[in-house]
Structure formats: C-alpha cells, structure tokens
Design a binder for this molecule. Structure first.
Ligand SMILES: Cc1cc2nc3c(=O)[nH]c(=O)nc-3n(C[C@H](O)[C@H](O)[C@H](O)COP(=O)(O)O)c2cc1C
Length: 326
C-alpha cells in the first residue's frame, strides 16, 4: 500500500510559521504544509519582508511549500526564483481562492474562467522557474464541469502535484464537495492528485479513502485546526487519552499565545489572531460554542487570558465528533 501523505492546507490568518512550528512541537502526522498565499507584486514593490513567513530559520520543524497568488507570469517568476534562493524547490500556484475581492481581479478562482490565460501563464512560468510547480485549484469558478477544460491544460505540464478542492469558487464553502467530479479528476489527471475538502474526523477520511485509495495525498485545513490530533489519528498512531488531549491543547495554545505576544505590536492583533484559531479549535470541546462566543467578545489581552483560564480550570471535555457547521 502507498504511504499515506497528509498535508496541512493553507489557511490565511491561522497557519503561518508560528502555527506550523507550534503544531509540530505538540502534534504528529502531517508530512507537509502549504503556506498561506503571498500575493505576487511588481518588481518595484518586492522586498524580502514579503517572504517573512517563509524564512528558513522559522521553518525548521515542518516541510513547507510556499504558495503564490497572482496572474502575472513575470511577477510569479521573480518571486518563485527568490523562494528557490531561500531553499524552496517547489512552489504552489493558488487557483482556488474564492474571495470575491481576489476573484474579481482575475486571481485565484477568478482565473478559472479564463483557461487560455492559465495556459499562457503556465507556458511562460514552467520553463522559467528552477522550482517544481504545484497547483491548488477548485473545480471551476461557477460550474464543476469547468475542470474538464482546465484538466487538458494542466495535463500538458509536468506538475509536482495538482491539489483539488472539489467545489467551485462561487460556492465558497457551501454545498458538499463534488465527489463525482473528483472521481473524474482521478481518471483524467496525468499529474499526481491531492484531495482537499471537508475532512473533519477519521470517519470522513476513511469514507474518502475507500473511494479514492490510489491518490497521491490528502490535504486538511479546518479539520486540523479544529482537531490537531486528527492527522495522527488518521495515521493510526497510538491513541492519546482525552484528558491528556485537553492538557496538550492547552500547552499548544499557550505556546501560540506566547509566540504571537512577542511578534505582534498591539493587543488587538494578538487577540484577533487567537480568536481566528478558536473559531475552529473550540470544536474540540463539549460546550465549545459558548466558550468561543465569550472569546469573540474579548477586547483586551487580560480578559482573553482570564476567559481561557476559566474555561480550562473547569476541566473541559474533549469531543470526538467534529463538524464544520457552526
Ligand atoms: C480562513 C481561510 C483562509 C484560507 N486561506 C487560503 C490560502 O491562503 N490559500 C489557499 O490555497 N487556500 C486557503 N484556504 C482554503 C483552504 O486551504 C482549504 O482549501 C479549504 O479550507 C477546504 O479544505 P478543508 O475543508 O480541509 O478546510 C483558506 C480557507 C479559509 C477558511
């Protein structure tokens, strides 16, 4: 049987280098992470600061693939080369971002409506960069069948891998992943395929694995932030007792909080970042919904810390079955 490859999905505002490092300190099971996107810029706006999430000294604990979002081949090539100089032999192109602001500018999933532009981009970029290219895409901008045209283009290039989130961009996260169309991708992709979308527990993973046992890898985003033990459980590593899980999540939280405290200038940045993590992580706990409502109201670091302390002092109960619904 093929080894199981699990990737952390990029979640902008959460899975930055601090999160990735703290994750690797307390949890297991992930083979790689794709970093949240960096928007490409013109030459006169490029500074090394843009790449701060990817500085090698901050990324020693987990293998990382940088991700770029943009439609200009020239700007992409410049950044990909800079990333190669930092040691990244693979870069990922974001063709999936559904955010209306991004899509309207013809970036991310907005570009999926223009297969000819994607083809021209790949013709310029693939031979010009020293890195291997991987692509993260949705099935289309508005119709799942758009992938059929897109696939003929992707197949013309030797991609490191093609990561597919089987929704359209305009769906954002509504509806179910279109597994019929993903099955079509499995039959028709000539590049190694990675599945991404709505894996929240071992059950949802097993169902997908039974249906697509041959694919190259599995990418999980919200499900890992909601339950950081999930990758290890999927890989059938020795189980951790629930009370121990709660203690480890608290240590993970404290490590995140401490690292962000030393990085962020103002208290609002710090509490906002922790709120973003809790938006998913609260799902690990019975009664997590009430707790996260209190967290969302915290304006100051003191009230935030007190709210977290009060919650953990009560001995919260770890919850096994997660969902992506609020
Ligand atoms: C808040 C948020 C930020 C995201 N940021 C990125 C990003 O920077 N790049 C990207 O390719 N996908 C991004 N995604 C999409 C995820 O990588 C992933 O494709 C999506 O959440 C579906 O996978 P999941 O169900 O395992 O979470 C983001 C998703 C969310 C919810």
């Amino acid at each position: 049987m093929k080894p199981l490859r699990l990737y952390l999905a990029p979640i902008r505002g959460i899975t930055d280098w601090v999160f990735r490092t703290c994750f690797a300190q307390f949890f297991q099971g992930l083979d790689l992470s794709v970093a949240p996107f960096i928007a490409t810029v013109q030459a006169n706006r490029f500074t090394i600061k843009l790449l701060k999430d990817l500085l090698p000294e901050n990324n020693q604990k987990m293998p990382v693939v940088p991700q770029l979002l943009g439609k200009s081949a020239e700007d992409f090539i410049r950044l990909a080369r800079a990333l190669y100089d930092l040691g990244y032999d693979c870069v990922n192109w974001n063709l999936g971002c559904p955010a209306p602001m991004v899509a309207r500018k013809g970036r991310g999933s907005g570009l999926l409506l223009y297969p000819e532009k994607i083809e021209a981009f790949l013709e310029s970029v693939v031979p010009a960069i020293p890195n291997r290219l991987s692509i993260k895409t949705r099935l289309g901008r508005t119709q799942p069948a758009e992938i059929q045209t897109l696939m003929t283009i992707f197949n013309r290039f030797p991609l490191k891998e093609l990561i597919v989130h089987p929704r359209t961009g305009s769906q954002i996260y509504t509806g179910q992943p279109d597994l019929e169309m993903f099955a079509w991708c499995c039959e028709n992709s000539q590049n190694p395929l990675v599945y991404n979308g709505d894996i929240v527990d071992t059950h949802s993973f097993q169902e997908l694995f039974k249906r697509f046992p041959e694919i190259h890898g599995w990418m999980i985003g919200r499900g890992v932030v909601a339950d950081p033990f999930l990758p290890a459980e999927i890989k059938a590593q020795p189980p951790v007792p629930p009370t121990e899980k709660v203690a480890i999540i608290l240590k993970f939280h404290d490590a995140l909080y401490e690292s962000y405290s030393s990085l962020f200038a103002g208290p609002a940045h710090l509490t906002d970042r922790m709120k973003a993590v809790w938006q998913y992580l609260h799902r690990s706990f019975e009664g997590g919904e009430k707790f996260v409502k209190r967290i969302r109201k915290c304006r100051h670091t003191e009230t935030y810390q007190q709210t977290v302390q009060d919650f953990f002092v009560q001995g919260p109960i770890y919850k096994d079955n997660k969902s992506l619904q609020e």
